[in-house]
Design a protein around this ligand. Structure first.
Ligand code: HPA
Length: 269
């Protein structure tokens, strides 16, 4: 039984450290269908999530997740392929447990990718958006509960949650920026909810990443998030029906482009 606490994280860390030939500087978490990033890793050592103590594994069959250790552009990287989600029934402590362990391993830069729906109608499927801020509408926070002071202070600042330096690299690469609204899912939003998100200032909507960003910031890690627009959000085209398959197909199509941007970012870090 895992509590996803500091003691569990020490056990997980000591297991992973047996496979770490270096202190990883950069961690990359890739979301659904965004697997091409793994091909960038030189001399990879791959761990299966289910072999790692306390590591949360996806409830979707065949999507157990991998941890890939190696170098990209000569920089020590740890790549988490696949994440677990709040909508699977995991607590946000479980969802963010990998980020806790990464921070304890020495990671200083956290790069995450996800799939999203475009709330802002000037964004189109296939576009990669550099997330510059978020709105947490999951109605939960991974830091709720008694504070673990060995991990973070009680009230972490979130004024600069997305690293300005990495956003500058994305701007140089010509990417648009946007505000990501996190919903719990797993149902897609209603058209009325999407209109609400638009009024709130959201550009894209998704069901992940924000808890990871909160924990990474709390632990002093700089963060970049790239969101691949899979579909126009609910109601933008009233005749359109949303499906998970559509999201996965879009991610497959654009995974290579996203991997290229991450490689470019890591080279410039
Ligand atoms: N809504 C929420 N999450 C998503 C969407 C969406 O439209 N597309 C991909 N992930």
């Amino acid at each position: 039984m895992s509590n996803y606490d500091y003691k569990d994280a020490l056990e997980t860390l000591s297991y992973i450290q047996k496979f770490l030939p270096f202190t990883p500087e950069i961690a990359v978490t890739s979301g659904s269908g965004l697997g091409d990033i793994a091909a960038l890793v030189e001399n990879p050592v791959t761990l299966s999530a289910e072999d790692v103590p306390h590591w949360p594994t996806s409830t979707a069959p065949g999507h157990s997740g991998k941890i890939i250790i190696g170098k990209i552009h000569g920089k020590p990287v740890i790549l988490l392929q696949g994440r677990v989600h709040y909508y699977e029934g995991y607590s946000l402590k479980a969802v963010t447990f990998p980020v806790r362990v990464l921070a304890m391993s020495g990671v200083k830069t956290y790069i995450a990718t996800n799939a999203s729906g475009a709330v802002n109608t000037s964004y189109l499927p296939g576009e990669i958006i550099a997330v510059k801020d978020h709105i947490n509408l999951m109605d939960d926070n991974p830091l709720l509960g008694p504070n673990e002071s060995r991990w973070n202070e009680r009230f972490p600042d979130m004024s600069h949650a997305y690293d300005a330096g990495m956003l500058k690299v994305f701007a140089d690469l010509g990417l648009k920026t946007g505000i990501y609204a996190a919903m719990s899912g797993p149902s897609f939003e209603t058209p009325a909810e999407i209109r609400m998100l638009r009024l709130l200032g959201a550009d894209v909507v998704g069901m992940s990443t924000v808890p990871e960003v909160i924990v990474a910031n709390a632990m002093g890690i700089r963060v970049a998030v790239l969101s691949c627009v899979a579909n126009m959000a609910a109601g933008v085209d009233p005749d359109h029906t949303l499906s998970a398959q559509e999201v996965l197909d879009a991610m497959k199509t654009h995974s290579q482009k996203l991997a290229g941007i991450i490689a470019e970012l890591i080279e410039r870090l």
